[in-house]
Every structure is written in C-alpha cells, then in structure tokens.
Design a binder for this molecule. Structure first.
Ligand code: SF4
Length: 417
C-alpha cells in the first residue's frame, strides 16, 4: 500500500492539471466546483465555475439570488436539480450556519443536495478529514487495479470498492509528516493484489490508528505492512490530496478506452492488466434501454405581434423551473394529422383559428435514463391568449433559463422572428 500511495502522489505532483479549485481550500469554492463538475467533463465545467464565482463570489450572493438567476447561470450544464439544490443549500447554510460551512462530514451530509461524494470532497480537501470520494474515475481505477469484478451498479460492489478506498485512506493517515520524499521508497514492494479488497485484511497484525471520526481504534495492518518509520511520504500528503490524485489518475490515465498500460506506474500490480480484463472493467449490469419520450413543442406566435409563448416547467420531472414552449408529449411517434386530432391539441386550441407555418424534423437529446425526441411546430394564432403562457419578445428570450434542446432550436431560428 505504501508503494501504491507513494507512486500515486508522485504521479499527481508531476501530472495534475492546474485548475483554480485545486488552489483553494475554501469550502464554498470546493463545493461549487464539485457540484458543477459532477456528470460534466471538467473542460466543460471550468467556464461555468468561473462564471458562477464571478456572479456569486460568496455563498451570500448565491443565497440572495433568485432561482431563475441561478438556473440561467447553469443553463447548458444539464441535470438542473443540481442547480436548484445548490441554491437551496446556499440558503440553508446562510440561515442555519450564518454562511459558514459545517466542518464535519456528518453535518455536511445532512445538507440538502450534498451527497456522500460532495461531503467527502469538502471534508477531505477543506478539513483534512479521512473520507474517500468515489466517482466514476475512481471506480474504474480501483476495479481494474484491484481486480474487482462485481457489477459496479450493485450496492455490494460499491461497498467493496469503498472498503478498498478506506484502507488506502488509512494508509494516507499513517504517512509521517515531514518525511523526506527523496528518501528511498522504503518498505517491501506491494504484494500482488488479489481479487477484491480481501487481500488487504490478510495476515493482519494489530496496530493502533485513527478511525474516520478521529478516534483511535485497533485494527489490522494492511497491504505491505511496512513499519511507519520505513514509510516514504510527501510533506503535503493529506486526505484531500489523495482523493484528488485518485480522481485525476482515473480521469486522465486509467481512462475508459485504451489506457497506456505498458507505461503505467501501476502495471506490475494491476490485476486487470495481468488477466487481460482492462477493457472489461468496470463491469456494469445490463444497461437498460433508454426510455424514449416524444416532445411536440408548439412555437406559437400571434399575428402582427413579435415574440412567442413560453411556459415554466413545473411538476416533478426533468427541467423543472426552466422555460419551454407549450408542449404535447406522446409515448410514441405521431404524425402531424394525428397530433392535430389529439385531445391535448384540442385542449390547447379548441376552435382557435391557427396557421401551421412549419415543422422541424426530429431532434434527439440524450439524458441519463431518457431519450427526448423533439419536434418543433411553428404556429400562428390570431389573438393573444394567456392559456399558452407568456408572450416573450425576441429581445428578452435570452434572459429565460431554458434546456439545451430549446437553446439549440433558438440558435437555429435566431433572427427569423
Ligand atoms: S495498468 Fe492500465 S488498467 Fe491498470 S491501473 Fe494502469 S492504466 Fe489502469
């Protein structure tokens, strides 16, 4: 284990990408960056991080903003629940803690919108508490290196991965401070990793060490069982850095396709490499087919007036709080004549005279569990009506927070209205 950690941290110090949130331990900034980067490529997320910090430099500005302002800043990132939770958590922290983040994992975890991952990131980076983070990058690296072959969407496999991470984190806690990192990589070489985390608990010898809550408990030594005095270290080794290094290695080196295993610093101990399983791990259960949803957007204008109608999405569904055109949803594809004869269409228009000006082809948009297939119908009615929502003048449309699919449509027609 010692050698594993030493290699990892040496690699991180030489190869870590430089991001603004890697140069701070301010919990507000760490929190912002973690929430923005979840389910987002880091290159895509960084501009959002900058714009959030610019518009909401402290948690007080974020809490004081309206939900629409926050959603507007978030526009294009997807998974809009994160933005709404970000906003409500900011308010909770301001109201309950006067704007100061709580300093324990448990109290962070109690905040709405802060899950295991984000709580562990803040606790480890800002308060140096020994809580490992487990994201897709870490899962890939760990399952490959330690040969964990269970489906990673199963709770039992996640638990197994977390146990490995906790053992590694215990090793981080035992790194002596101030050790000269240029010293020899002492200790016996890393023994060959066995399938799963079990090898960590084999041949245990007792030693006292800190548990995750900071108390001291007796437990087995793990890994190569070097004595503390022999262990190499980096002066700056701490839980947050370990977590960042694990994520970075998974994200940039142990990548999903064709990692450079021959050059990898872990190639002697990597189980997946040894057994030709690199491309097979991490293993997932059979992927469920994405549920298709057919969205028919009615882009309604009024004869002789500028603008089109928008409504705010409500209810417990995707894109809640964002704006869109009046919508008819179907579970199957339908032709325009069928749509016009549908109950939903009649509910909207009744006997209202209208002209159908144009219709787009199908535009697909993938979400994590759903596939949206949208068609936009450009319609003109004679008189304004509030039942379609609010008529928004073209010069004000850009102020509305909208989903990416609507944004793409607007980009396509910009200048036509
Ligand atoms: S040898 Fe390949 S699969 Fe194993 S840790 Fe390195 S990059 Fe990942």
């Amino acid at each position: 284990m010692t050698e594993f950690l030493n290699k990892l941290l040496s690699w991180y110090q030489a190869n870590a990408r430089d991001f603004p949130f890697r140069r701070t331990t301010d919990p507000y900034l760490i929190w912002l960056s973690e929430v923005i980067m979840q389910q987002t490529r880091i290159e895509q997320g960084v501009p959002y991080y900058y714009s959030f910090v610019k518009v909401f430099p402290t948690i007080h500005e974020l809490a004081g903003a309206s939900e629409e302002e926050v959603l507007k800043q978030w526009q294009g990132l997807g998974y809009y629940t994160r933005a709404r939770n970000l906003h409500s958590t900011a308010n909770e922290i301001v109201e309950k803690y006067g704007g100061r983040f709580p300093e324990s994992y448990e109290s962070l975890r109690e905040l709405k919108g802060i899950g295991d991952y984000t709580a562990a990131a803040i606790a480890s980076i800002c308060y140096r508490l020994p809580h490992p983070v487990m994201d897709g990058n870490v899962i890939r690296f760990i399952t490959r290196h330690f040969g964990i072959t269970g489906a990673v969407d199963l709770a039992a496999t996640k638990k197994e991965i977390m146990e490995v991470l906790e053992e590694l984190m215990d090793g981080v806690q035992r790194f002596p401070k101030g050790y000269n990192a240029s010293g020899t990589a002492a200790g016996s070489p890393l023994g060959e990793a066995s399938i799963g985390a079990k090898h960590f608990t084999q041949a245990a010898s007792g030693s006292a060490k800190r548990d995750r809550s900071g108390g001291v408990k007796m437990r087995a030594n793990v890994g190569d069982r070097s004595s503390l005095a022999e262990e190499p270290s980096h002066n700056s080794l701490y839980p947050g850095k370990f977590n960042q290094a694990m994520i970075e290695f998974g994200a940039t080196y142990c990548v999903p396709r064709n990692p450079e295993c021959r050059e990898c610093i872990f190639n002697e101990s990597c189980i997946a490499l040894k057994y030709g399983m690199v491309e097979k791990l991490p293993l997932k259960k059979q992927q469920q087919a994405l549920k298709p949803r057919y969205f028919h957007y009615l882009v309604i204008s009024v004869w002789g007036m500028k603008g089109v109608y928008f409504r705010k999405r409500t209810g417990n569904d995707i894109w809640k709080g964002l704006y869109e055109f009046p919508l008819i949803e179907t579970s199957k594809p339908v032709t325009l004549p069928r749509l016009v004869n549908s109950i939903e269409w009649k509910k909207y228009f009744g006997k209202t005279p209208l002209k159908i000006l144009s219709q787009t082809g199908s535009i697909s948009h993938l979400l994590s569990h759903q596939k949206i297939i949208a068609t936009f119908y450009s319609l003109e009615i004679e008189k304004p009506s509030e039942k379609f929502g609010s008529l928004i003048h073209p010069k004000n449309i850009h102020e509305l927070p909208v989903a990416r699919i609507i944004e793409k449509y607007l980009e396509g027609v910009r200048g036509d209205k």
